[in-house]
Design a protein around this ligand. Structure first.
Ligand SMILES: Nc1ncnc2c1ncn2[C@@H]1O[C@H](COP(=O)(O)OP(=O)(O)OP(=O)(O)O)[C@@H](O)[C@H]1O
Ligand SMILES: [Mg+2]
Length: 259
């Protein structure tokens, strides 16, 4: 009887996870031949959070995100995004993704790129026009709307790429190093916007190498050698490791794993 109750409880907990978690993975794994890029990662990201992923170069952050958005096929484990198994054709318009590498067309204008993404997500002309206006203001490119992307600076291209990921107002957005190469003033603006997204119940999952940014996240996931070695609110991570900054918290976690 107790066994049956436990099973029912586990089933209920699983159903609750499916509803509240935007991302749910179990032993998610990616091997590139002999290299294990993502090593059995269990992840549960609740709706409405700003989730920051940190970790050294090559620790598997991009590979993990690429699997979550359906661009890379896992070699093991399971992942659910918005309750659906990946690949996520049914959910595509509810998800936004800004890759680490440039993924917008340099021979098109900023406006044409945004239009292309809007078409991909079957947006109506009216909602596209309103969203475009708002986003161009946030990325501070309203006056460069009709410039070819190839004529923009590196940071400007990066900003245009962020706008493309957000044009359809997705419920969950994966941003792979969204603020790299963005000047400090605009970075402040981006963060205001991320907070705004969160306030509207959206989920923002981002990678960053900037610890001041990680500190602003609700939850930080620490990746090392393909593994998620620690996860929690920045304050809790520091408390748990008796440290006062996230770099030290990371090092302490890493030492614990190695011990
Ligand atoms: N297509 C691929 N083929 C072979 N190896 C790959 C491939 N993509 C990534 N890797 C390897 O997987 C590991 C994880 O790479 P990944 O890009 O996920 O790291 P990352 O944490 O995003 O690093 P960074 O902070 O530099 O962006 C690295 O060792 C990388 O060389
Ligand atoms: Mg990366």
């Amino acid at each position: 009887m107790a066994g049956a109750n436990r099973e029912a409880e586990e089933r209920n907990a699983e159903a609750a996870d499916r509803t509240s978690a935007v991302v749910l993975t179990s032993k998610l794994r990616k091997e590139f031949e002999s290299l294990v890029a993502v090593d059995d990662v269990d992840l549960k990201i609740r709706r409405g959070l700003l989730y920051g992923m940190i970790g050294p170069n090559g620790s598997g952050k991009t590979t993990l995100i690429k699997m979550l958005v359906g661009l890379l096929r896992p070699t093991g484990g399971k992942a659910l995004i918005l309750g659906e198994r990946i690949p996520i054709a049914e959910n595509i318009s509810r998800i936004g993704y800004m890759p680490q590498e440039m993924a917008i067309y340099t021979d098109l204008t900023v406006h044409e790129n945004l239009e292309l993404f809007a078409e991909l997500y079957s947006m109506s002309k009216e909602s596209f026009e309103t969203r475009e206006k708002g986003l161009l203001k946030i990325i501070d490119l309203a006056d460069r709307r009709d410039s070819l992307v190839s004529h923009l600076s590196g940071g400007m291209r990066h900003r245009a790429s962020l706008a493309c990921a957000l044009i359809h107002d997705p419920e969950v957005v994966f941003l792979d190093e969204p603020t790299v190469g963005v000047d400090p003033e605009l970075r402040v603006g981006f963060w205001k916007y991320f907070a705004d997204l969160r306030a509207r119940g959206k989920t923002v999952i981002m990678t960053t190498h900037y610890m001041d940014e990680a500190l602003r996240c609700d939850v930080v996931g620490m990746m090392r050698l393909g593994r998620l070695i620690g996860e929690g609110a920045p304050k809790d991570l520091m408390e748990r490791t008796a440290t006062t900054d996230l770099e030290s918290a990371f090092m302490t976690m890493a030492r614990k794993v190695d011990a």
